[in-house]
Design a protein around this ligand. Sequence first.
Ligand code: IPE
Ligand code: IPE
Ligand code: MG
Length: 235
Amino acid sequence: MIVSETPKHVAVIMDGNGRWAQQRGLPRLAGHEAGAKAIERCVQACLDTGVEYLTLYAFSSENWKRPALEVNGLMLLLEKFLNQKRDEMVREGIRLHHIGRRKELPAVCQRKLEEVMAATASNTRLHLVLAINYSGRTEIIDAVKSISRDVAAGLLREDDITPEIFDARLDTAGIPDPDLLIRTSGEMRISNFLLWQLSYTEIHVTKKFWPEFEKADFLAALEDFQSRSRRFGGV
Ligand code: IPE
Ligand code: IPE
Ligand code: MG
């Protein structure tokens, strides 16, 4: 059966900021700044279309390998984004979530994330999930460790471990799996994003770089999703 409805949860691998800047003879950070504007458009598109969950891959655990100048610039940009958007999120009914290892982020980013998450905790219109210092494999390993501890302590029996129990140990506990994954810049890979959660997610790849991603591109992705036949292994 064709889907035809709006996806409840859209996840995005926002890729191509660096190449967008390079094409214009600009530093990579200018691409990340332009990428922040694309986030605003994407959030607005979700509010307009009734998408309830938007997960954005903003910084992977592998991205620490980049030059310090770029990493520091990205962390500053995150802080600036949260400072600028805090009140608007509260007002518009947007609830902020974070997935990834928060403790390894600069202290000011941790504090800011926690402050905005607390300030928006009762909002329900749109759940904005930022993946920062996120690694799908690390998230799975952390869940396995947490389950192992409970088994060793006699709080959980091995036979009682189910997909639901496992799911509840992930950073995304309580968040439904993404219906649609968008990746910009034409790359056909997952890059360690939501490895468990993407099992049955529909994938839409566009050649556009993230800073060029407009509301019309988001709507085109939704239209593509609505033309899919999701079978979940059935017929
Ligand atoms: C995505 O753009 C943003 C982050 C990974 C932080 P890139 O910075 O990966 O841009 P490209 O892929 O080098 O063009
Ligand atoms: C994935 O993009 C991570 C984010 C968008 C934050 P990368 O640019 O890091 O991924 P690869 O290196 O092309 O796989
Ligand atoms: Mg990239």
